[in-house]
Design a protein around this ligand. Structure first.
Ligand SMILES: Cc1cc2nc3c(=O)[nH]c(=O)nc-3n(C[C@H](O)[C@H](O)[C@H](O)COP(=O)(O)O)c2cc1C
Length: 398
């Protein structure tokens, strides 16, 4: 397909998350796209996150007289206008210069919240100055063993708390970096390798290149004081060298003690881990395999959800992320017991394609799709969603 034919095939205003995906792929240089889109090793878990949703069908009833009254949901004591939050995604400034600040502002406009990564390209302070609501803070429990074991973690937590963040997500599925070969093949290793061919390829994406050079929002701003390429390299080194496989549940207890607001544990796939987290004071669980970017061969998030809901769902809120691309996906996750979902790549596609406006539109697409699907199912409230609303795919109804 020529570039011209490709353009003709794209609708003027994206109609779906997948339309945004096509745009983002066209706008971003190959190196950046590989960072956003791919996962670990053979991409098995990445693919499974999507196909897991296809294993279910929705049970609809007709002539119920029901119309959905609203999608409002409470997460960690915050009211959201729909059960969709923005997942933490590091160095969003690579995809669009407005980065996490633009995404959080868009989330606010749409009535929801963003989870801001430790690895964000805007600092916690910048986010809180530029937004009105208290967004969520995502902590990587890294450790500088040459200093005190918890020095870095504590300073990140204190800064986030001082900046007004109330709820914290502790990401526990990165004891080491996932093996993302597809990224490395395209030069996105540590350090990134920019060959003349790759630099030329970036030049073929003029809008992205212009904004990249103008704003230089590529460093992890919570780890370094500035934003350019040198700072980006320094922050990458810090992040890599501070990942600690030796951290254990006692470290989580320490973190819990030092944070006064709600704490969610992100990256749980096993009910035993969920139970351990809850017994150590977690207020919520995020069922997640990091979007298929860490352990390839880990189960799809949706497949891991029911057992975790059964074990701790009565005690804490359970969120899910991984592969959510449609309003009907959100509905399926809610039927299986999730309180809400987080989306990662969908809003990165949105911001890459159209900046913060694209993020807001992606959230609105989820809202419209959910509302329409609930109407078609004959459901008037999210409270009515349960496992009895799902059927296994291809089951013959009797
Ligand atoms: C480009 C990218 C960067 C990410 N960075 C982080 C991060 O800094 N912290 C974190 O906890 N998860 C991170 N994640 C994982 C997401 O929070 C989330 O678990 C995942 O994207 C959900 O899957 P989805 O992209 O299919 O929606 C990242 C994901 C992507 C795609």
């Amino acid at each position: 397909m020529t570039a011209f034919q490709y353009r003709l095939r794209l609708p003027r205003t994206p109609l779906t998350v997948d339309d945004y995906r096509s745009r983002a792929e066209r706008i971003l240089p190959d190196m950046v796209w590989s960072y956003v889109e791919y996962g670990a090793e053979d991409l098995t878990t990445l693919a499974d996150n999507r196909t897991a949703f296809d294993r279910y069908r929705l049970r609809s009833r007709v002539l119920t007289g029901n119309e959905p009254t609203g999608l409002e949901t409470q997460v960690a004591g915050h009211t959201l206008s729909l059960p969709v939050l923005l997942a933490p995604t590091g160095i969003l400034g690579l995809s669009h210069w407005s980065g996490e600040l633009g995404a959080a502002q868009a989330a606010e406009k749409a009535g929801t919240l963003a989870v801001i990564s430790t690895s964000a390209s805007y600092s916690f302070e910048e986010i809180s100055e530029g937004t009105r609501r208290s967004h969520f803070f995502q902590l990587y429990p890294w450790a500088d063993l040459n200093a005190g074991r918890h020095d870095l973690t504590l300073s990140l937590m204190q800064r986030a708390q001082n900046a007004g963040f109330q709820a914290m997500f502790v990401t526990v599925d990165v004891p080491t970096h996932g093996n993302r070969e597809a990224e490395r093949r395209r030069g996105m290793g540590r350090p990134p390798i920019v060959t003349p061919t790759r630099a030329m390829e970036c030049g073929l994406h003029p809008r992205w290149s212009y904004n990249f050079l103008r704003h230089r929002r590529i460093a992890q701003r919570n780890l370094v004081g500035s934003t350019g390429a040198k700072a980006a390299m320094a922050s990458l080194d810090t992040a890599y060298t501070m990942m600690r496989p030796e951290l254990d549940w006692s470290d989580f207890s320490w973190i819990r003690e030092h944070w006064s607001g709600p704490v969610f544990v992100k990256g749980i796939l096993d009910p035993d881990d969920a139970e351990e987290a809850v017994s150590r004071g977690a207020d919520g669980i995020v069922v997640s395999n990091h979007g298929g970017r860490q352990l390839d061969g880990a189960p799809a998030s949706l497949d891991a959800l029911p057992a975790i809901v059964e074990r701790v769902g009565a005690e804490v809120e359970i969120l899910l992320d991984g592969g959510v691309r449609r309003g009907t996906d959100v509905i399926k996750a809610l039927c299986l017991g999730a309180t809400a979902v987080c989306i990662g790549r969908p809003y990165i596609y949105g911001i890459a394609a159209r900046g913060p406006q694209g993020v807001e539109h992606v959230i609105e697409l989820f809202r419209e799709e959910m509302h329409r699907a609930l109407t078609l199912m004959g459901v008037d409230s999210l409270r009515d969603l349960g496992a009895d609303r799902l059927l296994p795919a291809h089951q013959v109804l009797r």
